[in-house]
Design a protein around this ligand. Structure first.
Ligand code: UDP
Length: 329
């Protein structure tokens, strides 16, 4: 299939693009390089630089590249904490971007759409592990923006027949030898912990130690980015057969923030000092996925379920690329 990957220069998008190519698909990456890195785009993918918020740029994209069989939509602002400070960056920009993309997708006959959604839809879960049928309570403007895009897709199916899958990931982590997590500024726990191990930071600040969890720190479900990529490809390939779907994606195992630090100590051999700070607004105490639906329907199963493997693969990339994608000198 010929697939448009928006945000394909970013962390998850670039790894999905590489895995799509490895599975024999054709890939066009569209990215504004605001957070993404040109170097992360696979050499075999076509690349178009542009911004989804700019409707003219989206028109040009679909004029330049015709006949897409599907879209994987990763391009987005993605930070829970930032969205609590700048809500319109999420409630306006993420939605305008998705609306422009969807408008031109259906106008150009694209029938399949995979959305990179989020566990931040589940701020107050009734049942943990959290299944795809759990009630939706967005935890932040970021989560709300993804929920709204899910609702846009609902109506685009009803009105235009677009088939879609929403993949709500829990905590994407890990890397491949060539691609990994590089944000500026870095705000995610695992890369920050590894920057401490590399000597680039003195310590990590753990946000909150008064949560109702076994050691007082938040619990998250880390999923290897290659397992996420696999899930995207399976979901895309099954859309015609199964119709639109919503899947939660995680390992089903939660680890506290202190357990992440401890595992990273073992993997890296570095003491990784930490201190406690205040809670970060928008952070739920516990996020653990039930991936039961995608396991049952698509036969998906994580190939890298262990936290040691996940942090180990991230460490491997960080050691090889201590400055990320940034050119040195
Ligand atoms: N976290 C932390 N210190 C940091 C960054 C993150 O304690 O410097 C915590 C954060 O509060 C959350 C967990 O680590 O409990 C995972 O956060 P991250 O930003 O990596 O992913 P998110 O869960 O927001 O998608």
């Amino acid at each position: 299939m010929k697939i448009l990957v928006t945000g394909g220069a970013g962390y998850i998008g670039s790894i999905c693009a590489a895995e799509l190519l490895a599975a024999g698909h054709e890939v066009v990456v569209f990215d504004n390089l605001y957070q993404g890195h040109r170097e992360a785009v696979p050499a075999d993918a076509a690349f178009v630089e542009g911004d989804l918020r700019d409707s003219d740029a989206v028109v040009r994209l679909f004029q330049q590249h015709r006949g897409f069989d599907g879209i994987m939509h990763f391009a987005s602002f993605t930070l829970v904490g930032e969205s609590m400070q700048q809500p319109l960056k999420y409630l306006r920009d993420n939605l305008v971007a998705a609306a422009n993309l969807l408008e031109h997708a259906v106008a150009n006959g694209v029938g399949r759409f995979i959305l990179s959604s989020t566990a931040n839809l589940f701020d107050d879960p009734v049942i943990i592990p959290i299944d795809a049928d759990e009630r939706i309570v967005p935890g932040s403007p970021y989560g709300e923006s993804k929920y709204f895009i899910e609702r846009m897709l609902f109506w685009f199916e009803r009105i235009y027949g677009l088939k879609y899958a929403c993949l709500r990931y829990f905590n994407a982590a890990g890397g491949t030898p060539d691609r990994g997590e590089h944000h500026e500024p870095e705000l995610h726990l695992i890369p920050i912990v590894l920057q401490v191990a590399l000597g680039q930071r003195e310590k990590v600040v753990i946000f909150g130690n008064d949560y109702p969890t076994k050691d007082g720190t938040c619990v998250r479900d880390y999923i290897h980015v290659l397992d996420l990529a696999q899930a995207h490809i399976l979901a895309l390939e099954a859309l015609d057969r199964l119709g639109s779907r919503k899947y939660n994606l995680g390992n089903g195992n939660g680890f506290t923030n202190l357990e992440v630090v401890e595992t990273a100590r073992q993997v890296t051999g570095h003491p990784i000092p930490y201190e406690f700070g205040p809670r970060r607004p928008g952070d739920p105490a516990v996020l653990i996925a039930s991936s039961e639906t995608i396991r049952r329907e698509l036969g998906w199963t994580p190939r890298f379920p262990d936290l040691e493997q996940i942090i180990g693969s991230a460490w491997e990339w960080h050691r090889r690329h201590p400055h990320g994608y940034r050119r040195q000198g």
